[in-house]
Design a protein around this ligand. Structure first.
Ligand code: SF4
Length: 459
């Protein structure tokens, strides 16, 4: 499959890869593909399905405007976003790709189709531009999870990229394990050789080191930042206070299992940053962005590796292999298969990465990933208020702890086990297909409506 470690781990902005990163990329791509823009007189963006239903809570409205302005998830300054959007709203105009100003009001030019879906995916959007001569151009895009986008009719997984011939092609874990047997190489070694068909070794290492650097910064920023998260739920950030208490030794529960307290706080710190619209790395999505950084930090600091740089790179490569398989053979989109495809997949990736970094065999890597997904099967996506906050933030803390447990179980075995990773990925796909739409990032079911009901009853 033609996917890269840098497709799974993308530096971007919170709070959502499918609802923020993807729409920003799509909005920008639409204009880039339809330039020059001198004679454009108007642009309209229409959001469908899950993008419409949870778009405000997930920042889709802001992301679309930023993308039309020419911003990218990687390049935009999270601290400047509010001012940029406020200026556009006050002026009643957008500067398309930073070049051409057109009149734009959210009410008139950003349309939410709450009860309509486009045919290929629940996260659909249509962009239309009109030129001075009255002609129009329209294009549909889908945000298919993890910040990946696809234009209407574009083959799944292509994302407009050039296909390359890989030394270790794989579409299933069975194939990758088979390559391992015939080559004698580890999963990270094979993934590395695949990556080297696209970029140099120096670029690959620098890119992975940068990913880890941004993840570490994100944890640190989250552990230092207090206050309330945006969006109206008045959710208080907890990671900083809990971390300070843990460091001071005055945590409320000084128990042996507190050894994992730090791991869950690292994950929550990242997801609080994500919920606040901060700089995060998709891993493989924004909603599940805390699990892999938390387990990586646990590896780098608590497991006392001899060569942490090499270990972190091996971790990311093995984790990417699992993410690629899940994306190809099921989905990493909460709107398509529920949270099992986000937190469940991130847990599996982290478990596999930890086993690889600790020197486990390919079979143990596969076993850890399988355990990671198996115990998230059926998990729905029902964020309260359409915000990536409850249950998402704590759920990342739980996912990180489960990933370490999964890795530990796998490392204690010899890799033989009953359910294969390929089996469990297919199970996740079918479970997602059977899941009612109200549990798939629409905020029309589950916790989302229960809490609204309770609050209304209290009034
Ligand atoms: S419940 Fe899971 S899938 Fe849904 S928004 Fe939260 S983290 Fe993402």
């Amino acid at each position: 499959m033609d996917m890269s470690v840098f497709d799974l781990f993308k530096i971007g902005i919170g709070p959502s890869s499918s609802h923020t990163v993807g729409p920003m990329v799509a909005a920008r791509r639409f204009l880039v593909e339809n330039g020059p823009l001198e004679d454009v007189v108007s642009v309209t963006a229409e959001l469908y399905g899950s993008l419409a239903l949870t778009g405000i809570g997930h920042g889709t409205d802001k992301a679309v405007l930023l993308g039309l302005m020419g911003e990218t998830p990687q390049g935009v300054d999270p601290d400047a976003v509010d001012d940029m959007l406020a200026a556009a709203d006050v002026d009643g105009e957008l500067r398309l790709l930073g070049e051409k100003a057109v009149a734009f009001t959210r009410k008139q030019h950003l349309i939410f189709h709450m009860s309509e879906n486009l045919p290929e995916h629940p996260n659909g959007m249509r962009f239309t531009l009109q030129r001075a001569d009255g002609s129009t151009v329209s294009k549909v895009f889908y945000s298919v999870g993890g910040g990946f986008i696809r234009a209407e009719g574009e083959a799944a997984g292509e994302d407009g990229k050039r296909a390359v011939r890989l030394p270790y092609p794989f579409n299933t874990m069975a194939e990758l394990l088979g390559h391992g047997v015939s080559s004698g190489k580890t999963i990270p070694q094979m993934l590395r050789e695949n990556e080297l068909t696209r970029i140099s070794e120096a670029e690959l290492n620098a890119g992975m080191d940068r990913i880890w650097h941004v993840m570490r910064d994100c944890i640190q920023h989250g552990l230092e930042t207090k206050g309330q998260l945006p969006g109206g739920l008045n959710v208080k950030r907890r990671a900083a206070d809990l971390w300070r208490q843990a460091q001071a030794g005055d945590s409320a529960n000084q128990l042996p299992h507190d050894a994992l307290n730090g791991v869950s706080l690292y994950a929550m710190a990242v997801n609080e940053e994500n919920a606040a619209g901060g700089r995060v790395v998709t891993a493989p999505t924004n909603g599940a962005a805390g699990i892999i950084p938390a387990v990586l930090k646990y590896y780098a600091e608590d497991c006392k590796p001899v060569d942490p740089v090499a270990g972190v790179r091996a971790f990311l490569l093995a984790a990417a292999a699992i993410g690629m398989l899940c994306k190809r053979n099921a989905s990493i989109s909460g709107a398509e298969v529920g949270c099992q495809g986000e937190v469940g997949v991130a847990c599996a990736m982290a478990a596999a990465g930890l086993v690889a970094a600790l020197g486990g065999s390919n079979a143990q890597v596969e076993n850890a990933a399988e355990i990671g997904i198996e115990h998230h099967l059926g998990m729905t996506c029902d964020p309260i208020g359409g915000l990536v906050q409850i249950p998402c933030i704590e759920r990342n803390g739980m996912g990180a702890v489960k990933a370490i447990t999964a890795a530990s179980l796998a490392l204690q075995g010899d890799g033989t086990h009953f359910v294969t990773l390929d089996n469990v990925i297919e199970t996740m796909r079918q479970t997602g297909a059977d899941m009612q739409a109200k549990y798939k990032e629409t905020s029309l079911g589950g916790l989302a409506i229960h809490v609204v009901t309770v609050n209304h009853a209290a009034c």
